[in-house]
Design a protein around this ligand. Structure first.
Ligand code: PMP
Ligand code: GLN
Length: 381
């Protein structure tokens, strides 16, 4: 059999979580909370099951959840999406992204990705027969380099994937960044795939930081598939439910593929989420919850020789390991997990060529006691 993805192995997240479990390490590698979700959310889903909401929902998702998503997008970003024709509930952001790519990328089309990037984007583009055009974020700061982005555009460019807040670097695009992107795309028909799974995790609001959803910018929203994940927002990564918001013509193409690669998504979970979304506090309170954990973790890391990079959003903290070890990132993560008992993810896993810049990523979506235990171990370094 000739592999369709010859360069792809098992994802780094699976590899590091397995190693962490084997070695009894504190797992700050794979991005998921080690605390449970709000019991009210579980009750809402259980209640839906008990009310017999257990058969196929409509292909695009249950209307009440699509309406709740539309209401949230309108309230937070000031754009109205039609729940019937512009919002689709997906099996997590992962299925949303591959479905978008399969729906819009024709063989030979180019798709711009900004490296480092989430590990599913490149294989998704390859499966669609597209050509990956890699544009590096500025080394060191991970800021977008708009001259490089402009230079990467060709008549074959079908789409660009943007992810803010960013996994793995924890940077957040500013309003000026989004406007610049909007200006660059204005004379083109390039589509925007805006991965906003960490939309509710932007820190330092007192310093003016805000999630700059593509929905806020008319020129971007008109060409954008906006992707989010309830798993991140409500601490239920294992439920695998997300959504895509896009103009009706784009949504129609999306649904042509969606109906054949998943058809539709878990009914009672959708009803539970819809009921739970009636209260906006859980996502409005999220930045404060994670900012406190970020600050706890960063304060503890001051006792180590890691050089801390900024963490503006998401639930990740990147550190430069140069002063701690001579090992490359990947070897360092193996060593840290095995010998020190803390798992992390090497940034090289988010680059096509495994580019090593001595930076690793920790996830701080953990109980305080987990973070304290990890910090105790890291203090030895
Ligand atoms: N995009 C990014 C940037 C992510 O970090 C993740 C989750 N790790 C996903 C997409 C996938 O989200 P989901 O679990 O909802 O499929
Ligand atoms: N998004 C999570 C991360 O970046 C993990 C998702 C996965 O395991 N595929 O750690």
């Amino acid at each position: 059999l000739t592999s369709k993805l010859p360069k792809v192995g098992t994802t780094i997240f699976t590899v590091m979580s397995a190693l962490a479990a084997e070695k009894g390490a504190v797992n700050l590698g794979q991005g998921f909370p080690d605390f449970d979700c709000d019991p009210q959310l579980v009750n809402a889903v259980t209640s839906a099951m008990q009310r017999g909401l257990n058969q196929y929902p409509p292909m695009a998702g249950v209307p009440v959840l699509r309406e709740a998503v539309a209401a949230k997008l309108a309230a937070l970003y000031g754009r109205s999406y039609d729940a019937g024709s512009e919002i689709t509930i997906t099996a997590g952001a992962t299925q949303a992204i591959i479905t978008i790519i399969l729906a819009v990328v024709h063989p030979g089309d180019e798709v711009i990705v900004l490296e480092p990037c989430y590990d599913s984007y490149v294989p998704n583009i390859e499966l669609a027969g597209g050509t990956v055009v890699r544009v590096p974020l500025t080394p060191g700061t991970f800021r977008p380099d708009f001259d490089k982005i402009s230079a990467a555009i060709s008549p074959k460019t079908r789409a660009i994937i943007v992810n803010s807040p960013h996994n793995p670097s924890a940077t957040v695009w500013s309003q000026a960044d989004m406007r610049r992107l909007q200006d660059i795309l204005a004379p083109t028909d390039i589509l925007l795939i805006s991965d906003e799974v960490y939309e509710h995790m932007v820190f330092d609001a007192d310093q003016g930081q805000l999630h700059q959803s593509a929905a806020r910018f008319a020129g971007l929203a008109a060409r954008a598939f906006i992707v989010s994940s309830f798993g991140k927002t409500y601490h239920v990564t294992g439920w695998k439910v997300g959504y895509v918001a896009a103009p009706a013509a784009l949504t129609a193409e999306f649904r042509k593929v969606h109906q054949f690669n998943v058809f539709t998504v878990n009914t009672p979970v959708q009803h539970g989420l819809a009921a739970y979304m009636a209260d906006d506090r859980p996502y409005l309170d999220l930045p404060a919850l994670y900012q406190r954990k970020r600050d706890l973790f960063r304060t503890g890391l001051q006792n180590t020789r890691f050089r801390l990079l900024p963490s503006e959003g998401s639930y990740f903290q990147c550190v430069d390991i140069s002063a701690v070890s001579d090992l490359g990132e990947a070897d360092f993560c193996q060593w840290l997990t095995t010998e020190i008992g803390v798992a992390a993810i090497p940034l090289s896993a988010f680059y096509g060529d495994g580019f090593d810049q001595r930076v690793v990523r920790f996830c701080f979506a953990k109980k305080d006691q987990t973070l304290h235990l990890a910090l105790e171990r890291l203090a030895k370094l």
